[in-house]
Design a protein around this ligand. Sequence first.
Ligand code: SF4
Length: 199
Amino acid sequence: MEEELKTLAQRISVCKDCPLSRNRTHAVPGDGSSSARIMFIGEAPGFYEDQQGRPFVGPAGKFLDELLSSAGMSRGEVFITNMVKCRPPENRDPMPGEVEACRQYLDKQIQILKPRVIVALGRHSLAKFFPQESISKLRGKPRQWNDTIIYPMFHPAAALHNQGLRHYLEEDIKGLPLLLKEAPLGEKEQPQPQQLPMF
Ligand code: SF4
């Protein structure tokens, strides 16, 4: 699993499938635990992420770390990535064509990790799973999607621009540990059948 994620990250680092490859310093495949049961999906890398090749390392990342810590979690036990893996110029929204070009990588990450819960951070991420829904309406409300639970939350960067959103994030993250506990076991967590001894 870890090897598969690494191979995928290498492909992403040299990908030129959309115009976002032209201005990037580094592609940002995502990082975290290969056995993570929770996956966070944001929108796109920003300035700091582009510089370092890692997701959520700027001010929004610091806030995400605080949120994780308040729920008794750390980055080491989750996997964090974005809808698109290269920074859009001036941090503009990713274009539909860019999201579509990059979808192959996100889909593959989900397929490899098989997370029990996906936290959709912000409206772009939510639109992947429920295109007709609004993040304001769905935030904090878990919803089934295939074999995974989608848990929408505002994007941490939105709360940096609008302090009024901060308490929604602080409130919603608290629901995550219980949600994880109650979510049905994923395929990779199913107990393996015991092999009976021959004699
Ligand atoms: S955003 Fe995705 S599809 Fe576009 S160049 Fe980067 S890795 Fe490739």
